[in-house]
Design a protein around this ligand. Structure first.
Ligand code: DOR
Ligand code: ZN
Length: 350
């Protein structure tokens, strides 16, 4: 008999963009409703690059979470070339900062303050290794000579592998891994390297973005890849391997900024991420491994206990229905919609 109900520890989203201001107030309740904790990306303008900024940002997020008082934002700092080891130590000592995020300068949204020359941050990375503070990487090179579909694979060879060999004590998360090269690489390393996977990369390949018209709401970075890569990601996510866990990379942009001559990268999945994940795991006959992927593996990597709360997922004949968009006026976002029905409904029994 097929499984129609699943009760799991309340999930964590280990890679989330909540933005700031009106957008933050619009999207934060969507994550806070379904997730116990989330690793909060620091790519605001200006970037969240000091402990004081992260502390103030955390307070704004908690205010925006409203009634969802159990939601815990896990804060990160944006690694700039002027970051100091003292700031990292301070963030570690206060317990507020869980990780630093490395954006290669120019790789994606609000990455202009990112790292151009890794040599300039080696001192900070050594301190992080000493403290056990993980480095979260946007794993794409920015070399204009490298084709956009190859940028992840080249990053592994040129940046990630040399860095890991140089600083084997540094914990690293390859964020939103999108290729077989990425999942193979993570599997080839015994300790200290993990990867997050998004919902949209598990469901869509690059045809969805480009065939029959260009779909700006499927445009994200790293860009969707070919089918063989999507299959590799599904295999990694549903394997139960503790090195792979959920990071939605839910990245809201206003509709006018997506449907634009130069549309922004990002897919907004916070509202329906868990429903779609249950759909994927059911398709892969792996529902019994969903809890590991969304609620256990990530917590373990970050040294946290799994949530004491639970989430119930119910498969109903009636498909899940969400409004296509949230918000109004200039602050309107389109929900992730791959264009076929999803039957998994989410509830929170405690
Ligand atoms: O699609 C993306 N959107 N990828 C990123 O790396 C950044 C994110 C954003 O902040 O919009
Ligand atoms: Zn991201």
């Amino acid at each position: 008999m097929s499984i129609t109900e699943l009760v799991i520890r309340r999930p964590d989203d280990m890679h989330l963009h909540l933005r700031d201001g009106a957008m933050m107030r619009l999207v934060t309740p969507e994550s806070a409703r379904d997730f116990a904790r989330a690793i909060i990306m620091p790519n605001l303008v200006p970037p969240v690059a000091t402990v004081a900024m992260a502390s103030a940002y955390r307070s704004r997020i908690l205010a925006a979470a409203g009634d969802n008082t159990a939601f815990e934002p896990l804060m990160t700092l944006y690694l700039t070339e002027s970051m100091t080891a003292e700031e990292v130590r301070h963030g570690h000592e206060t317990g507020l900062i869980r990780a630093l995020k490395l954006y290669p300068a120019g790789a994606t949204t609000n990455s202009a303050s990112g790292v151009r020359d890794i040599e300039r941050v080696m001192g900070v990375l050594e301190t992080m290794a000493e403290l056990g503070m993980p480095l979260l990487v946007h794993g794409e090179v920015t070399d204009p000579a490298i084709d956009i579909f190859d940028r992840e694979a080249v990053f592994i060879d040129r940046v990630l592998d040399p860095l890991r060999r140089r600083l084997p004590g540094l914990g690293i998360v390859m964020e939103h891994v999108t290729t077989r090269n990425g999942t193979d690489y993570v599997r080839s390393v015994e300790t200290g390297l993990a990867a997050t996977l998004t919902v949209h990369h598990l469901i869509l390949n690059r045809n969805a973005l480009l065939v029959g018209g260009i779909r700006p709401h499927f445009y994200c970075l790293p860009v969707l890849k070919r089918e063989e890569h999507r299959l590799a990601l599904r295999d990694a996510a549903t394997s139960g391997d503790p090195r792979f866990f959920l990071g939605t990379d839910s990245a809201p942009h206003a509709v006018h900024a997506k449907e634009n001559n130069c549309g922004c990268a990002g897919v907004f999945t916070a509202t329906n991420a868990l429903s779609w994940l249950a759909h994927v795991f059911e398709e892969e006959n792996a529902l019994e491994r969903l809890e590991a992927f969304v609620s256990i593996n990530g917590a373990e990597f970050y040294g946290l206990p799994a949530s004491g709360h639970h989430t119930r997922l119910l498969r109903l004949d009636q498909p899940v229905s969400h409004p296509p968009e949230l918000g109004s006026g200039d602050v309107r976002v389109r929900l992730f919609d791959p264009g076929f029905p999803c039957h998994w409904h989410v509830g929170n029994p405690d």
